[in-house]
Design a protein around this ligand. Structure first.
Ligand code: GLA
Ligand code: ZN
Length: 688
């Protein structure tokens, strides 16, 4: 039996290809709008995202609406076989609104209210903003509810940031009252006796500020939770209006990868489809293949957010990104490769910012399908058309998914808590956590093993292996869940700086790693933070069950632990903790739990995961050693497999396919035998 998710919309059950289209900027240029349609067809585009920042064009004066131009756009797109992702315009407000109702403008952390400016900077609490959004969204939904071209709603744009206005402060307090009931409970939970911060009235509680609160971690953490809550609440109001009028049209909003401010797991349930905006710095400071692995990690988060359901690549650049430190162009091949990469991880779309470069404004030099020259005879246009042509041949992939045996836990609240902890190293510990998760993930990516990237609340029972680096926070019940997972035969891996605090950022009593202590069979007594140049070594014990030997460099963070029931696989070589355990495994129930006590050089992760993967016979998509920089990803409907071979190096690569049977090239229909070659930044899609 094949298993497929439904397409994003039954109106057009194909892979979507297109971009952000801003016809509101070109109303004085009717010939350009006409030309756009011709060019869209030439570029093999079938979808445009329309109206994202069009509020001022849709409601030029309060209560005066102008939809005629948008009618024309949607109609002429549809008549030409191009579908619409229709946006609600709340990502940027018109000037008249900011002037008349200053409360819609955001107040920064330092408590200054911004002037009318930019975008993505309104107050999510403001009743006026919510009401104005409700009105315009109602009008849009009513007007286009039966439009055959509208595929999906694009809610706002990149919800983000936080507002510290009085309205938000008040809502924060209400949210806290709901959560804690009494001030007593709140004070206890926040450990607010510290530095005499006991609150005696709710009105004393404020959001964090550079000149204010930042020392009560429970409070800071709750503020971050509230920001997510309030943003989701605003989004829910947008959704409710749309669903009331167009229950059949799905909704999405464009997320921003691992954007640290918002916990995207709280968004996922509200959305019919997850989508995200991807702007990697190709050919930059990081080697392309390592960056590709990091991007794979984020694609996998987006697929995992809805339990494996295909997502949308809502934005990517056709060439360069104007706001980055260096606006380097994509090298030949990279556009197709990076677009197909998204599909390989579960995206059913490849979309861009932006269709056409505007003549003015902040983004007039941002990469676009159509450049200022205005015709199709450009390298970028040809690259885009090639992606479109490729996607047209991939219909069977729509709705297929990925079925990993491995999960990596990357958790937003854990990141927030690590960031705030004021411990170990005063560097950006939050991004250090993200980087660490990505490094563990890479070991699977480079071997062509599928991975889900989940948060700690997800069901673990479907995986063989769960990797949870730096699992500092363990929310209520998570320890128990990991225990069940290992008892039932799962393999669990974690590292230094795990099992330290609970949901409220309160340290566990009775020894780290808290609820994981018995599962891991260890007690972590201390953790040493080292200077960048400090080195220690991890020496693998002879005759260990992993079958690895030798020593590896260690540094940055080294935990000093006692093996209780765990077996010691490696020990430290130097310093006062020479001889103490550095790597342990604990047999627990039917499973095993590994603890990596120190941050070790990459070679360690490579050798270590090699043995784990072999030991557990984890399924590699292709049973072979891949050349460095090449990955293999797979989508499947249970019967038919679609195998993507992606070369993220600038060199030709060869793969010996002798051991692989029954694969054909999806484009040529040729059976694959012997050697296959991938050109620089080359792609192959095979099917079984
Ligand atoms: C974001 C926004 C777009 C555009 C691009 C430019 O993703 O959503 O409107 O500004 O960045 O890279
Ligand atoms: Zn506010």
């Amino acid at each position: 039996m094949t298993k497929k998710y439904k397409p994003i919309s039954n109106k057009f059950p194909h892979l979507l290809h297109g971009g952000d289209y801003n016809p509101d900027q070109w109303q004085e240029y009717p010939e350009v709008l006409k030309e756009d349609i011709k060019l869209m067809k030439k570029a093999n585009c079938n979808t445009m995202s329309v109206g994202i920042f069009a509020w001022a064009a849709l409601e030029p004066e309060e209560g005066k609406f102008e939809f005629a131009w948008l009618d024309d756009v949607l109609d002429s797109l549809y008549e030409n076989g191009i579908y619409t992702v229709l946006a609600t315009p709340s990502g940027a407000r018109p000037a008249w609104m900011a002037q008349k109702y200053p409360e819609v403008l955001r107040v920064n952390e330092d408590r200054t209210r911004i002037l009318f400016s930019a975008r993505h900077n309104h107050c999510y609490t403001s009743p006026v903003y919510r009401e104005k959004s409700r009105i315009i969204n109602t009008k849009l939904a009513e007007r286009y509810k039966d439009h055959p071209g509208v595929l999906i709603w694009h809610l706002s744009n990149e919800y983000g940031g936080e507002c510290h206005c009085d309205l938000c402060q008040e809502e924060f307090r209400e949210w806290l009252k709901e959560r804690y009931g009494t001030l007593d409970k709140l004070n206890q939970t926040w450990w607010s006796t510290f530095w005499s911060h006991t609150y005696t009235d709710w009105s004393q509680i404020e959001s964090p500020a550079p000149h204010g609160m930042n020392s009560i971690h429970g409070q800071v953490l709750d503020w971050k939770r509230f920001v997510t809550y309030q943003t989701v609440d605003f989004m829910k109001e947008e959704i409710n209006v749309l669903k009331g009028i167009t229950p059949e049209i799905p909704v999405t909003t464009n997320l921003m990868g691992t954007y640290p401010v918002l916990d995207y797991w709280k968004f996922a349930d509200q959305l019919d489809v997850v989508s995200w905006d991807n702007y990697p710095l190709w050919h930059g400071e990081k080697e392309d293949w390592k960056l590709a692995s990091d991007i794979g990690f984020v694609h996998d988060i987006n697929r995992s957010l809805k339990g494996g359901k295909p997502f949308m690549l809502m934005e990517s650049t056709p060439s360069m990104t104007n706001w980055q430190k260096v606006g380097k162009l994509k090298r030949p091949g990279m556009h197709l490769l990076s677009s197909i990469q998204a599909v390989a991880h579960g995206s059913d779309t490849v979309q861009y910012f932006q269709w056409r470069k505007g003549r003015g404004g902040f983004e007039k030099f941002h990469g676009a399908v159509v450049d200022h020259v205005g015709h199709e005879n450009t390298r970028v246009f040809r690259d885009v058309a090639e992606v479109g042509e490729t996607l047209q041949q991939l219909d069977p992939i729509v709705g297929t998914s990925v079925e990993p045996e491995v999960a990596v836990i990357y958790d937003w609240e854990n990141r927030w808590a690590i960031d705030e902890a004021k411990a170990l190293r005063q560097a950006d510990m939050g991004s250090d956590y993200e980087k660490t998760c990505k490094k563990h993930y890479r070991e699977f990516w480079k071997r062509g093993i599928s991975v889900d990237v989940i948060n700690m609340d997800c069901d673990l029972s479907k995986y063989k292996v769960v990797v949870a680096p730096m699992l500092y926070m363990l929310r209520d019940g998570v320890g128990k869940k990991i225990e069940e997972f290992v008892k039932n035969g799962g393999t669990f891996l974690t590292t230094y700086w795990s099992g330290i605090v609970d949901d409220h950022d309160l340290c566990f009593r009775g020894g780290h790693p808290g609820p994981l202590r018995e599962i891991m069979g260890i007690w972590v007594e201390e953790t040493d933070a080292l200077y960048d140049d400090d080195k220690n070594y991890v020496v693998i014990k002879d005759d260990n069950e992993l079958g690895i030997t030798g020593e590896y460099e260690a540094g940055i963070l080294c935990s000093l632990l006692h093996a209780e029931t765990a077996e010691v696989l490696a020990t430290y070589k130097e310093d006062f903790y020479a001889g103490r355990p550095a790597l342990t495994v604990n047999k627990f129930g039917k499973g095993e739990a590994y603890y990596i006590a120190s941050r070790n050089e990459e070679r360690f992760l490579n050798d270590f995961y090699d043995t784990i993967i072999n030991k557990l016979a984890l399924g590699k998509i292709l049973d072979m050693e891949l050349p460095a920089g090449v990955t293999v990803q797979k989508r499947t409907d249970g019967e038919n497999d679609y195998i993507f071979i992606l070369n993220f190096t600038g060199d030709e690569q060869e793969l010996n396919m002798k051991s692989v049977n029954e694969l054909t090239d999806i484009f040529t229909g040729e059976e694959i035998t012997g050697q296959i070659k991938l050109g620089a930044y080359g792609v192959k899609i095979l099917t079984k």
